[in-house]
Design a protein around this ligand. Structure first.
Ligand SMILES: [Zn+2]
Length: 117
């Protein structure tokens, strides 16, 4: 297995996620793995109820996107760490080799097909 190839896939995905996160969230300066959804600027008076509803909706969407992307990022960072320590591509549960086509579909996979879920 060409680990470099998967490392590149993971790094590309990480970059895309971080770019998306930075558009909806603010990175915690004390913890680069923690992203907080941006709350709409409350100093701006919404001109009517619809504007306010839009802002709330925007914020709750950002919270949802934030949670999903943050979880993906944790998985990707975990996979990158496994590449570093040489355990990438090994099932976390049964320690068997994860099939390459599974990793191609999901480079951050932590288990083989049999042990997923
Ligand atoms: Zn397994």
């Amino acid at each position: 297995m060409n680990v470099k190839e998967f490392e590149k896939l993971l790094l590309d995905e990480k970059k895309t996620i971080e770019e998306t996160l930075s558009s909806v969230s603010r990175q915690n300066p004390d913890n680069p793995n923690d992203w907080e959804a941006k709350y709409p600027d409350l100093n701006v008076e919404p001109s009517d109820k619809n504007d306010m509803a839009d802002e709330v909706e925007e914020y709750s969407n950002a919270l949802g996107v934030n949670a999903v992307l943050e979880a993906k990022l944790v998985n990707i960072n975990g996979a990158l760490n496994r590449i570093k320590d040489g355990t990438y591509g090994t099932c976390e549960v049964g320690k068997e080799e994860i099939l390459e086509n599974r990793l191609r579909a999901n480079p951050a996979a932590r288990t083989c097909v049999n042990h997923s879920k």
